[in-house]
Structures are given as structure tokens and as C-alpha cells.
Design a protein around this ligand. Sequence first.
Ligand code: TYD
Length: 220
Amino acid sequence: MFITFEGIDGSGKTTQARALAAALSERGYEVLLTREPGGTPIGDQIRAIVVDNLTNTNMTAEAELLLFCASRAQLVAQVIRPFLAQGGIVLCDRYADSTMAYQGYGHGLDLNALRHILQFATGGLTPDLTIYLDLDPRVGLERRRRGRLLMSEDWNRLDDKELAYHQRVHAGYEALIAEQPERWLRVSAAQSIEAVQAELWSLLKPHLPAKKRKRPRKTG
Ligand code: TYD
């Protein structure tokens, strides 16, 4: 089973992905938690290029998109497919929907072109389920501002730009959910970590595969 986590920045999906991985392995499932961009040695090098917005200030949206997809192609082939083939559950912190939401709806790249590129990069591997941590973009930005040191206390023009961008990304997620509602589990991220965790678990539980029973040991 392939489960992905999605949501705008500040929605807390990394914390929730970790907690779910722990909860599943405690219950005896074989679980692999990975993240994007990254998750392989090659992917981690690509991540370093993409996230270094101090050095790589003039990266085009197209170049960024192809780097995300290169990292993903490597992760799918080297990590995700082999683990799924062994019958395990793969949890991935962001996947193709992030590209649609951020590069497509956020940066305005052509959505149909993106679909073809994603299909090519992943060989058509789509998640069985996607957990969406839904958060108001303004709350997400406030959370991130609080985490930043040396930031001025006042809301500034850059914040306005960032908010508008995250509002487009948020609307993008809504459009993606409307296209395939059966694949998505929506959880409100505007609650305590524990409350999100509990709601997520109750929504996910009915979808989990039956665990393979260990064969009883023969005696005598
Ligand atoms: P992430 O590591 O999830 O950041 P955080 O843990 O802080 O939420 O993602 C880093 C950034 O990369 C995030 O702003 C979303 C962006 N991103 C894209 O724009 N497109 C993509 O395809 C992916 C995977 C991430």
C-alpha cells in the first residue's frame, strides 16, 4: 500500500507522517517512511540544489520542476517500488500532487504538461491513499513566521507574496481533491498534534490491509 502526505507549508505533515509510521510499525506492519525531494543519495543531492535559494536565486520554474521530478524518478525506482513489491506500506512525505499544487497551480506551469512529465517520471505509480492536512494558508504562514528567527515582527510585502502563492497552492489542492475524491483523506491541521493524529488514524484505519497472520508454530 502506497500512502502519501500532502499539505501546504506549515501544515505539520512531516510530524504526522513520522507518528503514523511509528503507529503502523507498532501494530506489526512493515513500514517505510520517505520524503520528497530526497529519499535516496541522488535525491538528497538534488534536494540540496532545489532548497538552496541563496545560491540558486535565478532557477526557473521549469528547471525546478524537472529537478523535483528527477528526484522522484530515482525514489520510485530505487525505494518505493521495491518496498511495495515486498508487500510493505510506503509512507511518502509529499509526492506528485505537490508538483501539481506548487509548480502547476502555484507557479502557473501548464497542468497537462505536468501530468505527462509526472507520468513519465513515476512510470504511472499513483498513491492508493493521500492524507491531506488541510490548513488555512494564513495560519500556515503565521506558524512559519513564528519559527523564523531575526524576522521582523510586522507582516511585510514578502509575506503578502508568500501568502498569495500559498493561497494558489491551497486552491490547487482543492482542485486535485475534487478530481479524485476517493483517493484523499482530509484532516483539519488546525488542531493539536494529538488531535490531528487521532483523527487521521480513525479515517485511515478502515483502509488498512489485513495483517498477515504469523503461522502458528508446529509443536511436537
Ligand atoms: P518539504 O520538505 O515538505 O518542506 P517542509 O518540511 O518545510 O514542509 O518541501 C520543501 C518545499 O518544496 C515545499 O515548499 C514544497 C516544495 N515542493 C514543490 O514545490 N514541489 C514538489 O514537487 C515537492 C515534492 C516539494
